[in-house]
Design a binder for this molecule. Structure first.
Ligand code: ZN
Length: 257
C-alpha cells in the first residue's frame, strides 16, 4: 500500500478545456485568495512556479518546454502577475502543466491557505505541504489508479480500445483518444468511476464519479506522504473560485498511491 495522497479537481464536463481568459482569471483569483503564492523573482525560495508542456498539432507531438529548467529545450517567457490571457493563448493546442511547489515555511510566511480541508493536524503534519498543479492536455488523460477509482478498461461501444500509444511524458497517465476510429466521439461521462477509499481508513463509503478520472483539465493537489484519516475535500471557497473562473461545475476525488 502506498503512502502518497493526491486530490483532484475536474470539470464535470470532462471535454471542457478552459480558454486563455478563464485560465488567467483562475490563476489570478487563486493568488488573490492566497491559495497560491505570487511569483517571487530574484529570491531563492522554496515556493516557486514551474512550467512544462509539449506542443501538439492535432496529430504529432512537437517540442517540449520547461521553466525554469533549461535542460530540455525552448525556454518560453514566463507568466507575469497578474496573468495576461495572451500568455496562456500561446499554449493553445499544447499540453500545459503549471505547478506551484509550496513549502510549509512559505505557507506560514505568506499566510497561504491550504486548498484541502480539513487542514493538517499534529498527527497529519505532512498535510502542511500542498503542491498544486494545473494540467491541460489535448487528449483525454486517465488520472487515478484503477483500484481506487475503479475505472474499467476504456473501450468504445464498438469494442475498439481508445488507448493512445503516445508517450506519457506530461502527466504519466494513460492517454485516451477524443474519437474512436469508427468515428464515434468518446464521452467520458458515460464511464462511472467509484471513489472507494477503504485504504485510507475512513470506511467503505463509495461515491460514484461520472467521468471517473478521465479529463482534459485537472487541478491536482499533492499534500505529500500521508494517509488522511478523514476524507479530504477542497476548501469550499477554493471550489467556488474554480467553478466561477472556469464557468463550469466541478467535481473532486482523491487517491492513495
Ligand atoms: Zn468505436
Amino acid at each position: 500500500m502506498g503512502v502518497e495522497y493526491t486530490h483532484f479537481l475536474f470539470p464535470e464536463d470532462r471535454s471542457f478545456v478552459p480558454s486563455a481568459d478563464a485560465l488567467s482569471r483562475l490563476v489570478e483569483a487563486l493568488v488573490d485568495a492566497q491559495f497560491l503564492p505570487p511569483p517571487i523573482e530574484g529570491k531563492k525560495r522554496a515556493s516557486s512556479w514551474w512550467l512544462s508542456g509539449r506542443s501538439y498539432d492535432g496529430e504529432n507531438w512537437g517540442d517540449t518546454y520547461e521553466y525554469p529548467l533549461k535542460r530540455r529545450s525552448n525556454r518560453v517567457p514566463f507568466l507575469r502577475y497578474p496573468p495576461d490571457p495572451q500568455w496562456f493563448s500561446q499554449f493553445e493546442y499544447h499540453d500545459l502543466r503549471l505547478s506551484w511547489s509550496i513549502s510549509s515555511a512559505d505557507r506560514d510566511a505568506l499566510k497561504l491557505r491550504h486548498p484541502l480541508t480539513p487542514s493538517y493536524t499534529k498527527d497529519d503534519i505532512s498535510y502542511a505541504h500542498g503542491d498544486l498543479t494545473l494540467a491541460i492536455t489535448q487528449n483525454f488523460q486517465k488520472y487515478g489508479l484503477d483500484e481506487i477509482l475503479c475505472t474499467p478498461e476504456i473501450h468504445c461501444s464498438c469494442g475498439e480500445s481508445l488507448d493512445l500509444s503516445v508517450p506519457r511524458l506530461l502527466n504519466y497517465c494513460q492517454r485516451l483518444a477524443n474519437e474512436c476510429t469508427c468515428g464515434k466521439t468518446f464521452d467520458p461521462c458515460a464511464v462511472i468511476g467509484t471513489w472507494v477509499m477503504a485504504a485510507g481508513g475512513w470506511g467503505n463509503e463509495r461515491i460514484a464519479i461520472p467521468g471517473a478520472g478521465i479529463t482534459k483539465f485537472a487541478l491536482i493537489c499533492e499534500p505529500g506522504k500521508i494517509i488522511p484519516r478523514i476524507r479530504p475535500s477542497f476548501d469550499r471557497s477554493f471550489l467556488a473560485i474554480c467553478s466561477e473562473a472556469l464557468g463550469q461545475e466541478v467535481a473532486q476525488c482523491g487517491e492513495i498511491a
